[in-house]
Design a protein around this ligand. Structure first.
Ligand SMILES: [Mg+2]
Length: 219
């Protein structure tokens, strides 16, 4: 596989998305598309169709907003304890191949590794409980702590006020193209997408962004 050439001498901070980037998006896809509608139908004694409307359709209508990533919002909207339902299928939470080697590599190079996720703190905590990944990061930042989703063009400005980093000397890896474009607009110099965020679905077209097929390409 072709190496992805980056000017590592001029990169000192690496921002990493969690779901679909370091972890297999399959867990999330399965949870939102299958498990949650199924459990909603059971708990509320409604048809699969009603449950689909309440969960999947509603998901689409708020996708990309902070609410869509907010557990409290979903708990209220559905009247269910979403975290406990996530525990039911947590055996599907998995680190993507090559990620640990890559994160070790970054640590050895002395780069600052920062997890930058739209996932709610409680979900980050849940995932850290199932996969050993937390120790690799110098910092973990959730978009909830900044009050803006990563898709929001104001996100990076808010992050810049809180974190000490040089956009010209940063690399950001994320499987969401809207999120990458917001970072591009802010001027983050190095941006990479993910070729296949969900192991059970086909590759994703990443348009103007170079996509990582294997983390080996970066080492
Ligand atoms: Mg992601």
């Amino acid at each position: 596989m072709k190496k992805i050439n980056l000017d590592w001498d001029n990169i000192d901070t690496v921002f990493l998305d969690m779901d679909g980037t370091l972890l297999d998006l399959h867990f999330d896809t399965h949870f939102w598309m299958e498990h949650l509608p199924k459990r909603y139908a059971e708990e509320k004694s409604v048809s699969a169709e009603v449950a689909h409307d309440a969960v999947t359709k509603h998901c689409q209508s708020i996708e990309g907003t902070l609410n869509w990533y907010c557990l409290d919002y979903w708990d209220n909207h559905l009247g269910l304890d979403v975290v406990s339902l996530k525990h039911e299928v947590a055996d599907r939470i998995a680190i993507r191949e090559g990620v640990e080697d890559f994160l070790n590599h970054l640590n050895q190079l002395g780069k600052r590794s920062v997890l930058l996720t739209n996932a709610h703190e409680k979900v980050v905590g849940l995932k850290f409980g199932y996969v050993e990944i937390e120790h690799f990061f110098d910092d973990v930042i959730t978009s909830h702590s900044l009050g803006l989703a990563k898709e929001d063009e104001r996100f990076w400005g808010a992050l810049d006020k809180q974190e000490d980093f040089d956009r010209q000397r940063s690399l950001f890896i994320d499987d969401n193209l809207h999120v990458l474009r917001a970072a591009q607009q802010f001027g983050v110099a190095n941006l990479l997408a993910i070729h296949q965020p969900d192991s059970q679905l086909g590759p994703k077209h990443t348009e103007e962004f170079t996509a990582i097929e294997s983390y080996q390409q970066l080492m």
